[in-house]
Design a protein around this ligand. Structure first.
Ligand code: B12
Length: 144
C-alpha cells in the first residue's frame, strides 16, 4: 500500500505553492501503523498544505518540538490504530497545553478506533473518518 502511495503522490500533488496552512502530523508513540496517516498527508499536500510528517511512534516531545519550529497557527494531526495507543493522544494534548501552545495549535485526531465521543472527551478540536474529510477538517479548523 505504501509502495502504491509513492507512485500516486506525484500525481496528486499539483506543485502549487503551499498556502493552505501548516500541519504537523504523526502516528502516536507505540503505534507503527502509517498507511492511513500517509494518505492524510498526501491529500493535505495535494490541497496546498505544508505538511511536516513526523513518522510513526512519535513521542509527545517530538510533536512539541515540531510545533515550536515556526510561529503562527498550526494544525497538529495525530493518528492511532491500536486501542491502547489512543491513550497517547491526551498525553500529547496535555504537553501542548503545558508548553503554552494550545492557543495557536488546532488539534485533529484520527485512525479507525477514534470516535467523536473520544475526540470530545480528550479535548481535541476534531476528527475525520477518511483523508478527504481530514483535509476539509484542517481547512475548517484554520478558519475558526
Ligand atoms: C495494515 C495493518 C498492519 C500493518 C501496518 C503497516 C503500516 N505501514 O501501517 C502491520 C502488519 C505492520 C501491523 C502491525 C500491527 N497491528 Co495492525 N493492522 C493493519 C490493518 C490490517 C489495516 C490498517 C490500515 O492500514 N487501514 C487502512 C487505512 C487507510 O485506514 P486507517 O488507518 O483507518 O486510516 C484512515 C482513517 O482512519 C483516517 N485517519 C487515519 N489517521 C488519521 C489522522 C488524522 C489526524 C485524521 C483526521 C484522520 C486519520 O484517514 C485514513 C485514510 O482514509 C488493521 C485491520 C483493519 N482492517 O483495519 C490492523 C490492526 C489495526 N492492527 C492491529 C494490531 C493489534 C497490530 C499489532 C499490535 C499486531 C501485533 N501483535 O504485532 C501490530 C502493531 C504494532 C505497533 N506497535 O504498532 C489491530 C488493532 C486492534 C486494536 N484496535 O487495538 C487491527 C485492528 C487488526 C485486528 N483486527 O486485530 N498492522
Amino acid at each position: 500500500m505504501n509502495g502504491a502511495l509513492e507512485i500516486l503522490e506525484p500525481l496528486l500533488i499539483s506543485g502549487e505553492a503551499a498556502t493552505a496552512g501548516r500541519v504537523a502530523l504523526g502516528t502516536v508513540e507505540g503505534d507503527i501503523h502509517d498507511i492511513g496517516k500517509n494518505l492524510v498527508a498526501m491529500l493535505l499536500k495535494g490541497s496546498g498544505f505544508e505538511v511536516n510528517d513526523l513518522g510513526v511512534s512519535v513521542k509527545a516531545d517530538t510533536f512539541i518540538e515540531a510545533l515550536k519550529e515556526k510561529d503562527g497557527v498550526v494544525v497538529l494531526g495525530m493518528s492511532a490504530l491500536i486501542t491502547p495507543t489512543l491513550d497517547e493522544m491526551p498525553v500529547v494534548i496535555k504537553a501542548v497545553d503545558e508548553a503554552g501552545l494550545r492557543e495557536r495549535v488546532r488539534i485533529m485526531v484520527g485512525g479507525a478506533p477514534v470516535t467523536q465521543e473520544f475526540t470530545d472527551e480528550i479535548g481535541a478540536d476534531g476528527t475525520a473518518k477518511d483523508a478527504a474529510s481530514a483535509v476539509r477538517l484542517a481547512k475548517e479548523l484554520l478558519k475558526a
